[in-house]
Design a protein around this ligand. Sequence first.
Ligand code: ZN
Length: 176
Amino acid sequence: MATTIISRVDCGLRPPRRPPRAMASQTGIIVHCTDGNHPTSAEDALARWRNTQRYHMDAEERLYDDIGYSFGFGDFGQLLEGRGWDQHGSHSGPGWNANYHGICYLGSGEHPTELALSALHRFICEHDLRYGIGEVLGHRNITSTKKICPGQGIYDYLVEQFGDRNPKLVDREAMP
Ligand SMILES: [Zn+2]
């Protein structure tokens, strides 16, 4: 049975500004985090997801067509739909966005809850059912940005689960 993902409508997201484009391939997953603000309740997680969309669509330095991430998750264990399956996102830069789904943790990711990690696990299993697991990476593995994305707790989980098969994850483990 497919895992439960709260649809973008049920999250209260606005429609995209322009019709979405399909991805070129589903090569893998890139994991992100937002910032130090963690949801205080399941309801608040949805509000933060809407805030993320507002920032991506309305902030002058962004002005994306939609929320940039494909999906979101957080400490209350929900999986939240953003652009959704097979839709070209704006999360990791040209090239990556057309071929990787981007999933974002709501918070800094230093100390994610077990519920958050189980949501990420469910997401990866669902991706596996649909397309194969592919390559699971942290944003920090593919960017030189100073931002540590995702936070260490999320990243440790990725290394523990996928380090064996993705040498790129381990290479960047010690990154500042
Ligand atoms: Zn990121």
